[in-house]
Design a protein around this ligand. Structure first.
Ligand SMILES: [Zn+2]
Length: 382
């Protein structure tokens, strides 16, 4: 697979190709941007190009080519043994560093820990120590570090020396969805490459290929809801978010249409069961996650789904001609419009984002939800 098959990241390609052409590759890159937009894919293809015995020069796709620069770019040959080893995930000089590696650490105490963070032991044993030895196949060593924002301070400090003076032909590609949560000293020692969200149409195309059994209406919804992340869209299809969001849409319109005063401690209930299901999906994907974090993740998904209903209503009320995210439930959007004016929609959206912030700050879940739903029920403008 060609490096240029990573689409819609033209800026990243240009930065990398300029470095490859100048033969002055920085020893550490920081690929920063949302999850599921191609960071790891491009990192792996770049690693392959660096490890390949005889990289080839390919015509740059028109979207990447700079008019006044070389129209060719460097790519792996796809024919040599190094390319084959990278494809088989068995190249002895390509290392993927991730938090669950603690399960392979020689120290049994570390093996038994929950892999919530990228700890210093992982960075030292799997990265720093290995970076200090010669490449097994002679050419270079490449480390790809996942979820760098999960490194604690000790881990980042341990990495600093390798970032400052990488031994010989050692390259680090550090991936993160939250560069601002990393230490400035770590960030400043890497060349930062910003990845952007993917266009909705591209996500739709990819979903049609990658999830051929999914209904078009489901694809249309998740492509819009996933906010430019193909990875998130795929997960949302696999978790059957679409059915869940249809239920939430109905519950939301019931909530705002209710004329009677709500009984305390009951408003969140119809929403919580599905959020729990989504939390369980997250936990199945990442068993290292704590139960509470999984619950919070399911609830945050619920908040973003509800926010999209309000956003649809706001667009419609203000005459903004954009396609509805919840195009499959136009009646639900209309019911929101019947009970709200633009001001009360905006204040409802504010409540939702406030609740999101509270959940991120580990505030009490029940209180946060109950307070939010009471305010949503009251936040009608009529
Ligand atoms: Zn090759």
């Amino acid at each position: 697979m060609s490096i240029f098959e990573v689409e819609h990241q033209e800026r990243a390609h240009r930065i990398i190709q300029r470095a490859l052409a100048s033969k002055r590759m920085p020893h550490a890159y920081l690929f920063a941007g949302p999850d599921g937009v191609g960071k790891e894919m491009l990192a792996t293809r770049l690693a392959k190009t660096l490890l390949c015995q005889s990289p080839i020069r390919r015509d740059l796709p028109a979207t990447i080519a700079d008019t006044n620069e070389d129209s060719k770019g460097l790519d792996a040959c796809e024919k040599c043994q190094d390319c084959a080893l990278v494809d088989a995930d068995t190249h002895p000089d390509l290392f993927l560093i991730y938090r669950q590696l603690n399960k392979q650490h020689p120290d049994s105490v570390i093996r038994k820990q929950k892999a919530l963070f990228l700890g210093v032991e992982i960075i030292r044993h799997f990265l720093v120590d290995r970076a200090g030895t010669r490449p097994n196949r002679g050419k270079a060593k490449v480390f790809i570090l996942r979820e760098a924002e999960r490194m604690n301070e000790a881990a980042q400090n341990c990495l600093l020396k390798t970032l400052e003076e990488p031994p010989g032909a050692t390259f680090l590609i550090v991936l993160t969805n939250a560069a601002d949560r990393m230490l400035p000293t770590t960030r400043s020692r890497c060349q930062q490459v910003i990845f952007r969200s993917l266009p909705t149409e591209f996500i739709k195309e990819q979903l049609t290929t990658l999830r051929p059994d999914a209904d078009q209406v489901v694809i249309d919804y998740v492509a819009k809801h996933a906010a430019g992340s193909l990875g998130a869209a795929l997960q949302q299809i696999d978790d059957d978010l679409f059915s869940i969001k249809q239920n939430w849409g109905q519950q939301l319109t019931k909530l705002v249409a209710s004329k009677t005063a709500p009984a305390p401690n009951s408003l969140a209930k119809p929403f919580q069961e599905d959020a729990k299901t989504l939390g369980q999906c997250a936990l199945d994907r990442d068993p290292e996650m704590s139960q509470t974090d999984a619950t919070r993740q399911g609830l945050k998904m619920m908040l973003s789904v509800l926010a999209d209903f309000y956003l649809d209503a706001l667009h419609k009320i203000t005459g903004n001609q954009v396609p509805l995210i919840n195009a499959d439930q136009p009646k639900m959007v209309d019911r929101l419009i019947k009970t709200h004016n633009s001001q009360s929609i905006i204040s409802a959206m504010r409540r939702l984002s406030q609740a999101e912030a509270n959940l991120s700050r580990n505030a009490n879940i029940e209180l946060t939800l109950e307070a939010m739903f009471i305010q949503l029920a009251k936040a009608t403008g009529n």
